[in-house]
Structure formats: C-alpha cells, structure tokens
Design a protein around this ligand. Structure first.
Ligand code: MN
Length: 424
C-alpha cells in the first residue's frame, strides 16, 4: 500500500491542484450540519468534509479502540489514543479515499451520507483547549519590537538567544475562525497622560502565528526528550493572537502580557497533522550560541509553510494582502518550545495549544503584525484606494492563510478569519 504522503496518490473525489485539502493532507476537524446538528469529527477532502462518525458506524473505521471515537464534539478522545492509532487511521482514510479503492467509492448510499459539501458544514472549535501558551520565537519579530522600544543596541533581551520566551495565555477565549472579536477594554496610559484611564483599546493588532496542538500528555515532574516531544505534537493550526498594544504596553512590566492578550485568540478549524507535514520539514536558522543540551535537536523541526495575511476594511470587497512570509524562518521550533515548556517538570495535557509567536521574516513585506508593519503607528500602511491603517478599526476583517507547496499539490490549512466589532 502506498504511503499516505505519496505525491502520486489520487482520490475519486475531484481535488484542484490549488486546493488546500488533497488526499495527501487529510486534516481533522469538528463539524455539524443543519440536517444533523450534533457535532462530529471529519476530515477535509477537496470541497467536502468526510464524516468519520458515519464511517465508524458503518464499520469502515474500527481499530479495537471502542465505539464513538468520532462522535464527540472534539478531537481530544481521538488524540488520546496516541500516535500508533493516528497513523493507522490516517493510512485507512487515505486508502478509503483512493481512486482505485472500491470500498467507499462504489458504495453510493454511504457516499451520500458521509460526504458533506463544505458549504453546508458548520465548523466548530476542533479540540477542547486545555491550556494555551504563547511564545516569542521569531528573531526578526523580537528584533523589530526590541528596536522600536529599546533601540538597536538592546533589541534582543539577554535571555532571548538561550530559550524560547513564553507566557501562559488563556484557553477560555480561544475561538474558531469566523467568530467575531469584540474590541477589548482595559487600562490605557498613553505616554503623554499622567494617569491611566479605562476604555476601549485604540491600538488593536493581530499576530500571525502557527499553533501546535498537543495530542499526548506528559506527567508532572518529567522532562522530555526530542523523540518524546515529537510524538506528542498531533498537528498544527493557523493562529491569530489578537493583541491590544496600548493595554499591553502599560501592563506588561514586570510579569508580561495579561489583559492585552486575554480577550481572544482565533484558530483555523482544520488541524493539519504532523504526519501530513512530514515532507515539508526544514532546518531552522543556525542557532548561535548553541542551545543548552535539553533544547538541542537532531532533526529538522521547522516547516516550510507559506503564510499570508489579508486585511479587509468594511468598505472593501476583497482583502488586501499585507504580509507574505514563511514559518520556516522561526528561530525556535515548536518542538523546542514543548521541550522548554516541560523542562521544569510542568505537566502537558491533551489539548494544550502552543502559539509559535509572531512569524516575521527578514523582509519588510514579511512582518506578521501591524505593530511592525506600521512601525508602532508611525508609518500607516495603504490597504486600498485611499484606505490606510496603523491598527485595526471596527468592521475590519483579518484573514490568514497557510499552505505547504508540494509538486503539483498543496497541503493547506484553510484560513482563520476574524472581524472586529465595537467595544461594549
Ligand atoms: Mn503572540
């Protein structure tokens, strides 16, 4: 049997070359329909969601793991079964979708039930988020922000090259793409004000990130090896770490971000598995100085994922592209972030979400936040005929897309979209 990543594989479901969801991808999500409002697990293939619960009930997906794995409203149950079952399931779904495999292809009745046109599928948050941690792992992003606030000579803090810097964020406000984001309120103290006031943020921003989805737990008190950490990362989503820069700037000393980040984080609905990303592994930038032994990695743990960000003001029909970059530029890999996270003996849980940190590249058009694009509000960006932005305004819609480009196909993430609504 062919490997599920074989570029030559074809499905009996038609898939365009620029579709995010060819047979080589098979990302997992949770969806419901008007006809059946109970959320269940599916995979994306072309313009369809394939209902895995339906296949399970028909006896096409059974691995001696008990019934109902795909009936739940989250991927957590499936993820808990571990990497062996993930690989078996991926291989089996790939087989069932192949153009030369008759089992599902020739079962017209089951096909009618199991393939839901994507436009009829309501996509839900794909997993129950146990904990959300956000990092700061792009050297270009950290340098840009450092130069803005501390000057060129002190751009990177002394610890930055020695560990992936992170903070514990809020799992309670991680939402799926399409969820409206209300402008947050908080304490504001512009530089010229003597005292802080409480009100709606005036410097609302996005951060282009990838989120690593943790699919296996690690016990409290244990540290991880590279091989163990690798087995724990189920997959990745696109992530927008919405940020209120004015709230953040006043509150962050000395414990780091808090309310400036806590109000919302958006993720894409389809979790692209680490298995599907395997052909797109790349070495990250050379790490100098060499990291401490517990952070050293033998494998290429970065990924070649093309990323772009579009911004659409309420008066515009289509988004203007404001950033085009790549996940491969990250200085610290998601795997190193997981190693570091567990290094103190911190337990990791199924459903933990690790935000990569803002992804910026070396070029000016590769900046992954408005803070950098508008250089802290001093260089407004033109996004359409006469429309400029320094930060996000009410009614603005922010869209992130990502994909790995294969030879004649792409392994894509779909999109994560969020529209800003006025503060309460
Ligand atoms: Mn962030």
């Amino acid at each position: 049997m062919s490997h599920p990543n074989d570029p030559a594989l074809r499905s009996f479901i038609p898939v365009e070359a620029d579709s995010d969801f060819p047979i080589q991808n098979l990302p997992y999500g949770v969806f419901s329909t008007a006809a059946l409002p109970t959320p269940r697990v599916g995979v994306a293939i072309g313009d369809y969601a394939l209902d895995l619960w339906e296949l399970e009930q028909d006896g096409l997906l059974n691995f001696d793991v008990g019934p109902g794995v795909f009936a739940g409203r989250s991927l957590n149950h499936f993820m808990s079964l571990g990497p062996k079952v993930w690989a078996q399931t991926r291989a089996r779904i790939s087989e069932l979708l192949r153009h030369d495999h008759p089992e599902l292809r020739d079962n017209a009745q089951l096909r009618k039930l199991a393939f839901v046109p994507m436009k009829d599928a309501k996509l839900h948050l794909p997993f129950a988020v146990s904990g959300y941690t956000d990092f700061y792992a792009s050297k270009e992003h950290a340098s840009n922000v450092g130069i803005m606030f501390r000057g060129k000579d002190n751009a990177l803090q002394p610890n930055w090259l020695h560990m992936p810097i992170g903070y514990n964020g809020r799992a309670s406000t991680v939402v799926v793409s399409g969820t409206r984001v209300q402008r947050p309120r908080g304490q504001l103290k512009p530089p010229n004000a003597e005292l802080p006031s409480f009100g709606a943020s005036r410097r609302l921003d996005f951060e282009l990130e990838m989120g690593a989805v943790i699919g296996q737990a690690s016990p409290m008190g244990e540290t991880l090896t590279e091989a163990q950490a690798e087995e724990m990362i189920f997959g990745f989503v696109l992530l927008n770490d919405w940020s209120a820069r004015d709230i953040q700037q006043w509150e962050y000393v000395p414990l780091g971000p808090f309310q400036g980040k806590a109000f919302a984080t958006s993720i894409s609905p389809w979790v692209v598995t680490s298995a599907a990303l395997e052909p797109f592994r790349r070495h990250g930038p050379k790490q100098d100085p060499a990291p401490l032994p517990y952070l050293q990695q033998a494998k290429a743990n970065n990924y070649d994922i093309e990323l772009e960000v579009g911004l659409r003001a309420a008066s515009m029909n289509t988004p203007a592209r404001i950033c085009r970059t790549n996940f491969k530029y990250m200085y610290w890999s998601s795997l190193q972030q997981l190693l570091h996270h567990a290094s103190s003996g911190c337990a990791m849980n199924i459903g933990d979400l690790l935000g990569s940190g803002t992804i910026s590249g070396p070029e000016k058009n590769q900046r992954g936040s408005l803070l950098e694009i508008s250089w802290n509000g001093t260089e407004p960006a033109e996004i359409g005929s006469g429309i400029t932005r320094t930060f996000l305004e009410d009614g603005d819609s922010l869209v992130m897309r990502g994909w790995c480009q294969g030879d004649g196909y792409r392994v894509g993430f779909g999109e994560v979209e969020g529209t800003i609504v006025p503060a309460k």
